[in-house]
Design a binder for this molecule. Sequence first.
Ligand code: NCD
Length: 316
Amino acid sequence: MTAGLKHLLGIEPLTPDQITAILDLADSYVDLNKRQIKRTDTLAGRTQINMFFENSTRTQASFELAGKRLGADVMNMAMQASSIKKGETLIDTALTLNAMHPDLLVVRHPNSGAVDLLAQKVNCAVLNAGDGRHEHPTQALLDALTIRRAKGRLHRLSVAICGDIAHSRVARSNLILLGKMENRIRLVGPSTLMPSGIADLGCEVYHDMEEGLKDVDVVMMLRLQKERMDGGFIPSEREYYHRYGLDAAKLARAKKDAIVMHPGPMNRGVEIDGDIADDIHRSVIQEQVEMGVAVRMAAMDLLMQGRAAKSKEVWV
Ligand code: NCD
């Protein structure tokens, strides 16, 4: 089962069957990651290069570990200190690395569309680890796997995505994925943090958190992406927490068994109360991190299978 994967640039081009194939394979990697010997030779002899043009802790660590557990040779490029700083363009950097014959490039970039552009210039498989406000496909896939394991299904669920939707690639990829799998999505947050053209997204919009969380199965919180804000989007963090921070009173509006998610990094006391984030009966935030490694292993495995099979089908 190669699923015909050439690159993983976004959720947009994936079919529900392809999403399911990645999640099914990831389930087996969850088991492998719990063993004492957490290693296969699936990607032995393959070279993976991680290029992070934006700061990242968990995503970069997760991709690095995923590659190592599959037996690949993994290299982390220090992009902050790279030739880019000396004026080299993204494309020249990509072409230079391409000449070293990597098999996988994992790229995070602050500009939307930069990773797609790079993928057109290289011969190897490219994985988007987040491009601007555009997409973060492995985050949506790991969120989907976390939901599927917690709820026993990934369809006909009511999911509230809350907070800074406008600046979030996590929200965008999740909206697309959860929509494809036929879930009901609510966007909850102040109007200043809603993307334009929201009416076309096919989801319900709430500006009142207590209404928005009523009877949902999943509460997905987002960080205030201050690095992408160039003005005053909220009156103050204190006011924001009061109206949109997830606390016990607001969570009580959701279903009794609703799960709480957050992609990290979290701002405790801004978008989420620390006690809720740490409540092992409600919060699946640590499971999300665990699923992240497994989903990335599955995606890289399928990409390499697709390349080995020289599949004519193209997923971009
Ligand atoms: C997210 C990102 O970088 O888009 N984080 C992540 O990948 N774990 C969300 C965020 O930065 O808030």
